[in-house]
Design a protein around this ligand. Structure first.
Ligand SMILES: [Cu+2]
Length: 71
């Protein structure tokens, strides 16, 4: 276990259901403990285990929810 947190920037969040969709998609990843998205800024704060979750997993999860991650 190596818990870490990070912030990612997600484009395309327009309302609270977008926020919930991206949070829930990220929380479904094995190794993500928490995801908290801010509608105004698009910043998503993640608590995750970096041994289990890669940047690619995170990006894929954001895209599965219908959004894109700013790099
Ligand atoms: Cu929305």
């Amino acid at each position: 276990m190596s818990n870490d947190n990070c912030e990612i920037k997600v484009n395309g969040l327009k309302c609270n259901s977008c926020v919930l969709a991206v949070e829930n998609s990220l929380k479904e990843l094995d190794g993500v403990d928490d995801a908290k998205a801010d509608l105004e800024t698009g910043i998503v704060k993640l608590d995750y285990d970096k041994d289990k979750v890669s940047n690619g997993d995170i990006e894929e999860s954001v895209e599965d929810a219908g959004f894109s991650m700013e790099k």
